[in-house]
Design a protein around this ligand. Sequence first.
Ligand SMILES: N[C@@H](CCC(=O)N[C@@H](CS)C(=O)NCC(=O)O)C(=O)O
Length: 311
Amino acid sequence: MSTPPELILHHYPATPFGEKVRLMLGFKQLPWRSVTIPVVMPKPDVVALTGGYRKTPLLQVGADIYCDTALIARVLEQRAPAPTLYPAESAGQASLIAQWADSTLFWTAVPHTMQPAGIAAIFAGAPPELIQTLMADRGAMTAGMHWPAVHDATAQLRNHLGWIEQRLADGRSFLGGSAASIADFSVAHCIWFIRSAPPVADILEAYPQLLAWHARVLAFGHGSHQDLSSTEALAIAAAATERAPVHVAPGLGFEAGEHVTVAATDYGSDPVVGRLVGLTNDSVTVSRQDERAGRVHVHFPRLGFKTARVA
Ligand SMILES: N[C@@H](CCC(=O)N[C@@H](CS)C(=O)NCC(=O)O)C(=O)O
């Protein structure tokens, strides 16, 4: 049997969604390669792989590029079914909590954490130009989103944290019960982000069960990994001879080979254009040719993404 291609994570240390994937890799004890990507645009080597999608992280497996951590979780599950991210005891419910955490909880944690005291702690010692560049980049990426004011975000966050505390009040080890699930990793990266800014992380002190649970999730660690340059990652994509099997299911409104765009519907909505090679209710895949990465298949979840025919 041939060895499957390596798992290559494109990320940077401070990314919360990257931390979600790093912890899932640690949970599953999967070895991986680590490509550190730029925190702000331009990201030429990322865009060579994706065709436009710029969010962090990406998972690369040869010439297959997986966007969005909800889809990346399913790819990791396929690679290593045990321990599962979707245990029977919390089936369905774990994915509901994960989706709430990755959207509502995350976007409440961000304005709370990015208040002036939080920014000062996160960027301590960084030149002011860097902070301005980051703020301008994120402002452009989230144009059109409605951010709560800090006082609203902090109050809302207390509601969310209170729910998590209540969930853990019966002494369960993880959010779904006795086994960790996708829900734990989605909530954990939001809490990790708040904790990256100590002056605003004191909000967590009122939730002791949550802090004890977070320590349990962080204890999974990041597994074993080795650095890889983005140039090497592009060469691996270009040299790949196989792609993960995909198909366009009938009755979903599109035919295989159609020219389509796929774009996130919340923020960072840069469209990716390609030929449709995969479509189910769970994922959509386009094939595109890149000068440096070769023929790549770029995969997205259906949730949170819009697929449209190119006129
Ligand atoms: N739904 C996406 C969200 C990813 C996301 O928002 N990532 C943040 C970093 S944690 C991002 O892309 N920030 C802008 C950037 O890295 O360029 C996922 O689950 O992967």
